[in-house]
Design a protein around this ligand. Structure first.
Ligand SMILES: C=CC1=C(C)c2cc3[nH]c(cc4nc(cc5[nH]c(cc1n2)c(C)c5CCC(=O)O)C(CCC(=O)O)=C4C)c(C)c3C=C
Ligand SMILES: [Fe+2]
Length: 423
């Protein structure tokens, strides 16, 4: 029996209950989640498994495209919020398996009712779509300190507000958020379709605060992937944490039992930072200057003083002139674990070009995304060290920042994003 026949029969059966009833019925139970799970006997080709110990979209080999969105929760009703998270989980399981967001689908319903899928991904393969969800600090307490949904006591200490960093002039309107969804796929239409349908499902419960499109992943998250380049033309992601480094992931990426709170075990913290790159100025600097600022060769990606991309940078090496081979204010030295008490990140950023700035320059840069076990011990010290003296800052303008707690993966049919947090 084809999906469309199932959808049509279901549509007829549900025709009498109205649109709200149809939307609710499509989200009931967990059967749909199971159908899209990693344990499915016949996984869909090109689909990334949805269920598991950790959410997909973190160590998953970085796809080419991103649509990231931060939402404000606009309801005061805890049950409506929980209901939406259940509906999101069901829809995400379907979409990551290459199916319509709802059971009726884009064209399977009655003509009088809005479809439960928007339709722009009809006929497209799953395209390795992953959908990853996170909870922002303001979901736990609002700006006045109010416990909005009875979960303030469950706020992780690691979800502490990020400090101000020297040189930052962030735009509040495109920073923060109560919830975030990161959709990554190898087809931009598939990523946008996923976000659009979750926003549609969340109508009346959440409203879009800000969103960001990205292209050309700027990190590899697996040793099977070639290192991509950022908009400064440099290989980016060489020394990133990788999917295959299980021990390092335990140490630096996943929240471990005992870290607390319990509902975050197996999860990870996401920091995003939208950084405008003044590419026109960068393009007028010499190759030698660019390589000195980064600390690596532009062609091979090798650390200065070495020849292979994956050789370790030597922070102590000095040239014939007695000066450090890796400049004291180079990006790689300042971001290196040895400079930051061993701190490491799993970076998963994307390039962006948001048109032009009205002054004859591209509005382009890096939408930096990094996952970690505890931002207070990882992102914060690294960013402090970069903010203080990175030579690259002359070419950068950070415009937004956000922090989210991404819970562990959905484990099976009755599970949903946030179940342990809200139970
Ligand atoms: C706070 C964290 C970081 C921000 C913000 C950041 C911005 C940023 N980075 C590049 C380009 C490169 N970064 C590279 C390495 C690198 N960067 C960070 C952290 C942040 N970068 C880390 C932890 C590392 C790894 C350091 C190490 O272990 O050696 C590199 C080199 C290649 C690589 O290893 O990935 C490049 C190139 C830009 C352009 C940018 C802001 C726009
Ligand atoms: Fe960097």
């Amino acid at each position: 029996m084809s999906d469309s026949i199932v959808s049509r029969r279901r549509a007829i059966a549900l025709a009498g209950v109205g649109v709200a009833g149809v939307a609710g019925a499509a989200a009931v139970g967990g059967a749909l989640v199971k159908g899209a799970s990693a344990e499915e006997p016949h996984p869909v080709e090109g689909a990334v498994g949805f269920t598991g110990e950790h959410q997909a979209g973190i160590v998953t080999p970085a796809q080419d495209r991103l649509h990231f969105v931060a939402f404000d929760v606009i309801t005061k009703d805890r049950e409506r919020l929980v209901g939406m998270l259940k509906d999101w989980t069901t829809a995400a399981a379907r979409m990551t398996a290459g199916r319509d967001a709802g059971e009726i689908g884009a064209v399977g319903g009655i003509p009088e009712a809005p479809p439960d899928d928007t339709g722009e991904a009809l006929g497209l393969p799953p395209s390795a779509l992953t959908i990853t969800v996170g909870f922002g600090p303001t979901l736990f307490r609002d700006a006045t300190g109010k416990d909005r949904f009875g979960i303030a006591a469950r706020r992780p200490e690691a979800l502490a507000d990020l400090p101000h960093f020297a040189g930052d002039r962030l735009d509040e309107a495109i920073s923060g958020g109560d919830l975030c969804v990161q959709a990554c796929a190898n087809d931009p239409q598939v990523a946008v379709h996923a976000i659009r349908n979750l926003a549609r499902i969340g109508m009346g419960v959440v409203s879009v605060r800000w969103s960001q499109l990205g292209f050309g992943r700027t990190s590899s998250t697996s040793t099977t992937q070639a290192t991509p380049r950022n908009l400064f033309g440099f290989k980016d992601g060489t020394s990133n944490l990788k999917l295959e480094e299980t021990e390092l992931l335990r140490e630096h990426l996943w929240v471990q039992p005992g870290d607390g709170p319990e509902w975050m075990t197996g999860g990870s913290y996401l920091v995003s930072r939208k950084i405008r790159m003044i590419v026109e100025t960068w393009d007028r600097s010499s190759l030698a200057e660019q390589e000195m600022i980064v600390g690596r060769r532009k062609g091979s990606g090798a650390p200065l003083g070495k020849t292979g991309e994956f050789e370790e940078p030597d922070l102590d090496a000095r040239g014939a002139d007695g000066e450090p081979v890796l400049a004291v204010n180079s990006h790689v030295r300042l971001a290196h674990p040895n400079t930051n008490g061993g701190a490491r990140l799993l970076r998963r950023g994307y390039n962006f070009v948001d048109g032009s700035d009205g002054l004859g320059r591209l509005d382009a840069g890096l939408f930096f995304v990094a996952y970690q076990r505890d931002p207070r011990k990882q992102f914060v010290p690294i960013q402090r060290s970069l903010s203080r003296s990175d030579e690259m800052n002359e070419y950068l303008k950070p415009v937004s920042q956000a922090l989210f707690a991404c819970p562990p993966g959905v484990t099976g049919p009755v599970d949903f994003w946030g179940r342990a947090l809200f139970s």
